[in-house]
Design a protein around this ligand. Structure first.
Ligand SMILES: O=C(O)c1cc(=O)[nH]c(=O)n1[C@@H]1O[C@H](COP(=O)(O)O)[C@@H](O)[C@H]1O
Length: 273
C-alpha cells in the first residue's frame, strides 16, 4: 500500500511548495477562458488548468458543486479531472463538504474514500455540524484506505462565526472540532484528520497547540486572505498550513505561462519548465 495521505502530503509539499489550487470552474471563469458555459467549457477549463500547472502544485481541490450543477455528465468530467490530478503526481482534495447521520455518512465515504469509485479522491472536506461523532464512518474508512479528511472548523465566510463561535462548557464549537480532530489523530497515529480554517480571519480564535494534522486554509486572494499573513495568523501551527486559492489562480488563464507565474507567486513550485 502507498503511504497514508498525510505522509504523501508532507513529501509533496516539500518538493512543490504548499499551495493548494482550487478547481472552481464557475460561469464567469469559463467564459473568461473563451468557452461557452456548457459541458465542453467545463471540461476544457478544469482539465486545462491541471494540464498547465499539474507538475507545479502539490494539491488540487476540485469543488464538486461546479461539476454537480451539470448533472451526471458533469460528475463524469469530475472523475476525469481527479484522474488527471493523480496522473500529474499531485494530490486531490475533493471539496464536497459532506456530513450526515452515520449510515448515510458510510455511503458518502464509500463514494469518495473507498477507492472503489471513479470519484475517489486522496482527501475530502466534511461538515461536522451533525456532531463530530457522526463522521465516524468517514474517519474509519480514511484510516483504512490511507486517505485524508478536512473537517470544517472556522470557515472563511463572514457568517461562519454565528455557529462556529457558539460556546458550550467554555469551548467554542470550532474549538470542540479542533479537540475532536486532535483526539482522532492521536488515537490512530496517522494524522489523517485535518481542519478547514479560513485565511480571511483577522485573528485566530482557536487553540491549535498540539494539533498535528493538515490545516486547509481557503479564502486566499479573491476573498481577501493573504499568504503573507498566515505565519502571524497561525503561529506555531503555520507549518501545517495548506493555503488554498481558486479564482485567484484560475483568473490568470487560459494562458499557460500566466497560470504558472501566479502559482509561483503564491508559493507553488518555481516556473522552471
Ligand atoms: O472547504 C473549503 O474549501 C472552503 C471553506 C471555507 O471556509 N471557505 C471556502 O471558500 N471554501 C471553498 O474554497 C473555495 C474558495 O474559492 P476562491 O475564493 O475562489 O479561492 C470555494 O470552493 C469554497 O467552497
Amino acid at each position: 500500500m502507498t503511504a497514508a495521505y498525510h505522509a504523501r502530503l508532507v513529501e509533496l509539499t516539500a518538493a512543490r511548495g504548499n499551495l493548494c489550487v482550487g478547481v472552481d470552474p464557475h460561469e464567469p471563469l469559463v467564459r473568461a477562458w473563451g468557452y461557452d458555459y456548457d459541458l465542453v467549457g467545463l471540461e476544457r477549463v478544469s482539465r486545462g488548468l491541471v494540464e498547465a500547472i499539474g507538475d507545479q502544485v502539490a494539491v488540487f481541490k476540485p469543488q464538486a458543486a461546479f461539476f454537480e450543477c451539470f448533472g451526471a455528465p458533469g460528475m463524469q468530467v469530475l472523475a476525469r479531472v481527479l484522474a488527471d490530478i493523480a496522473q500529474a503526481g499531485a494530490l486531490s482534495i475533493l471539496d464536497v463538504k459532506r456530513g450526515d447521520i452515520g449510515s448515510t455518512m458510510a455511503a458518502y465515504s464509500r463514494a469518495y474514500l473507498s477507492g472503489q469509485t471513479d470519484l475517489t479522491a486522496d482527501a475530502i472536506t466534511i461538515s461536522p455540524f451533525l456532531g463530530f461523532g457522526s463522521l465516524g464512518p468517514a474517519v474509519e474508512l480514511a484510516h483504512q484506505t490511507g486517505r485524508g479528511l478536512y473537517v470544517l472548523c472556522r470557515t472563511s465566510n463572514p457568517e461562519g462565526g454565528d455557529v462556529q463561535l457558539a460556546v458550550r462548557d467554555g469551548r467554542s464549537v470550532a474549538q470542540q472540532m479542533v479537540d475532536a480532530a486532535k483526539a482522532a489523530n492521536e488515537a490512530s497515529g496517522q494524522h489523517a484528520v485535518g481542519l478547514v480554517i479560513g485565511g480571511t480571519l483577522d485573528k485566530l480564535d482557536l487553540d491549535l497547540e498540539g494539533f498535528s494534522g493538515s490545516i486547509l486554509v481557503p479564502g486566499i486572494g479573491t476573498q481577501g486572505g493573504r499568504i503573507d499573513d498566515l505565519d502571524s495568523l497561525f503561529g506555531v501551527a503555520a507549518a501545517n498550513v495548506l493555503p488554498s486559492a481558486s479564482r485567484e489562480v484560475m483568473k490568470a488563464g487560459p494562458q499557460r505561462e500566466s497560470l504558472r507565474s501566479v502559482v509561483e507567486r503564491l508559493g507553488g513550485y518555481p516556473n522552471s519548465r
